[in-house]
Design a protein around this ligand. Structure first.
Ligand code: URA
Length: 199
């Protein structure tokens, strides 16, 4: 069975599971993109548009991400995109530790199927999750995205050797245009990693 079907299978299991935020949300937001890609982008949580459509990164942050990927010759065909939280937090508030703890086993299932060689973590929550080796209690102690963006770190995650490349969140770039330069420099690093691996 190809990755796409395997991902569909666990998406259906996830849809059945009881998870925090499920009651308040309209739709499960599981993932999108090329299920065979070896590069995975991980965001924080669905926003209003994502909740409406059941798709990650379709609102303003998503449009910016598409543009930022296009700038360096990448598209959804080259990557897969998922989030730390699978349902929208009410009023877009920050993810809470218990929510992260209960939602991320589904992200881990996605990772086990896809076996990505490169993970680009978008913003603080995704970055800290991977730097903390998936241990929610250790997330708080991790350095923030301003310190670690663009710094490639090889991590051992669930038995997989993954190159983690932390990136600023595309929503942050909308509000703070001075982050565009650093993002573009960081994307050169992503491109180099992809070229090396001919992903
Ligand atoms: N921001 C995220 O982190 N994820 C989305 O899916 C949309 C906005």
């Amino acid at each position: 069975m190809g990755n796409e079907n395997k991902l569909k299978e666990i998406e259906e299991k996830c849809r059945e599971a009881e998870l925090p935020l499920k009651q308040e949300a309209k739709n499960l937001v599981f993932g999108k993109g090329n299920a065979e890609a070896k590069i995975l982008f991980v965001g924080e949580a669905p926003g209003r548009n994502e909740d409406e459509q059941g798709m990650p990164f379709v609102g303003a942050a998503g449009k910016n991400l598409d543009k930022l990927l296009n700038n360096v010759g990448l598209s959804l065909n080259d990557v897969y995109i998922a989030n730390i939280l699978k349902y929208r937090p009410t009023e877009n508030r920050n993810p809470q530790p218990d929510e992260i703890r209960e939602h991320t086993p589904w992200l881990i299932e996605q990772i086990k199927i896809m076996k990505p060689e490169v993970v680009c973590s978008l913003g603080n929550y995704a970055t800290k999750f991977f730097l903390a080796d998936g241990k929610v209690d250790k997330m708080e102690k991790q350095p923030g995205i301003t310190q670690v963006h663009g710094k490639v770190k090889t991590i051992d995650f669930e038995g997989l050797k993954i190159k983690l490349i932390p990136l600023f969140h595309p929503a942050a770039i909308i509000y703070n245009r001075s982050l565009l330069g650093p993002w573009e420099r960081d994307m050169e690093i992503v491109k180099k990693e992809i070229a090396q691996k001919t992903l």
